[in-house]
Design a protein around this ligand. Sequence first.
Ligand code: FES
Length: 348
Amino acid sequence: MTETGPVQMPFGAYHKRDVPAHDPELTEVQPGSPMGEYMRRFWHPVCLSEELTDVPKLIRILGEDLVAFRDRSGRIGVLQRHCSHRGTSLEYGIIQPKGIRCCYHGWVYDIDGTILEMPTEPEGSRIYDTVVHGAYPAFERSGLVFAYMGDPEEKPEFPEYDSFTRPEGTKIVAFSNIYPCNFLQAFENVADHFHTAILHNGMTVDTLDEATKKSITLGGFVGLPTVHWEAARDGNGLMFVSCRRNPDNQTFWVRSIELSFPNFIQFGALYGAARRQRHSTVALSRWHVPVDNHNVILFGWRHFNDEVDPDGEGDESRCGYDSIDFLEGQTGGGATRMASGPLATGRP
Ligand code: FES
């Protein structure tokens, strides 16, 4: 059928049943895939610091099954899941003062994958010289564990944005939310900014009553914005500014948002109270980290300070695994809850 034929007819679903396939070049992230190899050129969060307890944490990132742990010396390890000896899952490993011990025959791996002990092998075994378990470099920062999963020869410096340390006195709170969609679906949603006026219509927004100098709650991320997009970072990013007329019909709320490819975003103020200011710093830094080709975890930092949250509307206790405080009251029932069940734990 052609576009001018029956396909466009009313009650024409019969002619539109084919679902477009995903674009593997942009959305598949397994080793060797174009986007997967591109993603591996960057540092990504892989879990929250608080998820590293006295037992190893099984994670899946970029389609790879891994085990993350903090050894009893405080060092972070991110190792391939299956033991180099006979494939036991290191999820069941025992955390050591230095490294992790496989529960099956007791091999101990250091955080870089080198073998420290092999209690079942004869003294002088050549395995020490010939086997190194797969490991990725990792470190902790402000409640997130970052890992680099690319070619060791190409490892970049961790990018230091000024928002990570300014303004002085900012409190950073780490969070993670998992979504059952590929990373691009969640990433491009941000640049599709007009959805905020509809989907987030119920978000709490307030304005200042000039007569009483008190905040008035209006309810809603109200009003269609005017949006201007510009390419940034030599084509490796996108910056856009959205401007809304405030309900007082005299002032405007201007927000700026930056997307740095392939998966990093920084947002301006999230709360309506910030409308009273001409400018605010970053309120949220977020990495969209593919679990695999069908799931993504949004890891990030919330920045709490007087510029982005002048009235203290934020609720740090709701910046955790499965809820988002600034979506409180959003229309559409249940939209403040993320995926539940096994996905919510970040477990493969
Ligand atoms: S399977 Fe891990 S030590 Fe044997």
